[in-house]
Design a protein around this ligand. Structure first.
Ligand SMILES: Cc1ncc(COP(=O)(O)O)c(C=O)c1O
Length: 389
């Protein structure tokens, strides 16, 4: 008989996403403004979709390069070199089947049973779950929250590292908190990782959604070329391609053969037509990215201003990413509150319980939507808060 007892313990124990529960509750209900997911409301720009369609029409339907089409690796190198003001060679770039797949490949390379991974929370839950699937044990270092702002205590981070720690996962700008590490903080983190001899997995997929400059501070700004850092990245957010499933890894070319093998033995490479779309995104998508970020910044201000005016919410506008992560006075069971907010305010947001124990008293709203919808949603929430709190 095939039942759960036949499966790996790690697979059976992998948690259900805490966001999905609200999605399931809201699905099919009329008039709901969806702010639960980590994506905007825009579909992929036509010129990107056209490039993919053209590739399919031209018969690019065969197995392809495990590390990615040379043209795409080159486009990634050009884009990243421009963004970080450095000369990054194409051999550093590896195309993956999403940001999530990039994380999986990095973890496959770094952490198994008996190893420990450290991450900074509250955190998007998939990293921790993926590390659990590898059999690695996980340790969370909590950001501190005061006056609506998040900060990292480097001593606390240092204290969490043991002789079993192999990996430190750093997501900045962060989903869900919006916490964005400064250059000084990144230098401090890097120093700790160097001293402990551990590898950093740097998830900077929200680097462009930064409201204090053209991009968020990056480990690129503070690292030396020999530093042990694997960057994971994605086409999902910058170019509105969440449904495509394509991302990339940037790492030392010395890891090339291993990364190629891990891609071979997981998804065996990303479809060529998707890679053609990705090339179009990198080479012609700059205006789209900039427009999206400008709209998200306005949306952030509209949403945060309306909620803050209730005087019953702890929140300050995040520097990066596109989430408001806030506490409502007196609301302790955020899972129950998220369900009620769907039914009574017709706004769907994610409960903080989905982002680890420290996230539990918070709610997360994705404000990366049309401005009139964001405004309506914020007023509905403010009214709900006024009535219930
Ligand atoms: C912090 C973070 N990293 C990685 C991802 C993965 O993105 P994708 O798998 O869509 O490329 C997400 C998606 O929400 C995210 O929020």
């Amino acid at each position: 008989m095939l039942d759960l007892t036949r499966l790996r313990r790690e697979a059976v124990e992998a948690p259900e996403s805490g966001i999905v529960a609200v999605v399931n509750h809201a699905r099919g209900k009329e008039g709901i403004i969806p702010m639960w997911a980590g994506e905007g409301d825009l579909s992929t720009p036509q010129f990107i979709a056209d490039a993919a369609a053209e590739s399919l029409r031209a018969g690019e339907t065969f197995y392809t390069w495990q590390r990615g089409l040379p043209e795409l690796r080159e486009a990634l190198a050009n884009y990243s070199s421009r963004l970080y003001g450095q000369n990054l060679e194409p051999e550093r770039f590896f195309v993956t089947g999403s940001g999530m797949h990039a994380i999986q490949v990095a973890l496959m390379a770094l952490a198994g049973t008996g190893d420990e991974v450290v991450f900074i929370g509250p955190v998007w839950p998939n990293f921790e779950a993926a590390a659990g699937l590898m059999g690695a044990s996980r340790r969370e270092v909590s950001l501190d929250f005061a006056d609506g702002r998040w900060s990292l205590d480097l001593d606390k981070l240092k204290g969490a590292i043991t002789d079993k720690t192999r990996v430190l996962f750093v997501n900045t700008p962060s989903n869900p908190t919006g916490w964005t590490a400064s250059r000084e903080t990144l230098s401090g983190i890097l120093k700790i990782a160097r001293e402990a001899g551990i590898v950093i997995i740097a998830d900077e997929i929200y680097a462009r959604f930064y409201y204090e400059g053209q991009r968020a501070p990056s480990f690129h700004d503070v690292m030396a070329s020999h530093d042990a850092i694997i960057f994971v990245n994605s086409f999902s957010k910058n170019w509105a391609m969440t449904g495509w499933r394509i991302g990339w890894i940037e790492a030392s070319p010395a890891l090339g053969q291993v990364i190629e093998n891990l891609i071979q033995y997981s998804n065996s490479g990303v479809a060529a037509f998707m890679q053609r779309g990705a090339i179009a995104a990198l080479s012609r998508g700059e205006e789209f990215v900039e427009n999206q970020v400008a709209r998200a910044e306005t949306a952030r201000d509209i949403f945060c201003d309306i909620l803050t005016a209730t005087n019953k919410v702890e929140l300050s506008p995040p520097d990066g990413a596109f989430y408001a992560f806030f506490k409502i006075d007196g609301v302790t069971d955020t899972r129950a509150a998220a369900f009620r907010i769907v039914d009574e305010a017709k706004v769907a947001i994610a409960p903080g319980t989905a982002f680890g124990p420290q996230g539990a008293p918070f709610l997360r709203a994705c404000f990366h939507r049309r401005l009139d919808e964001v405004e309506t949603a914020a007023h509905r929430l403010a009214e709900w808060i006024g009535f219930h709190v």
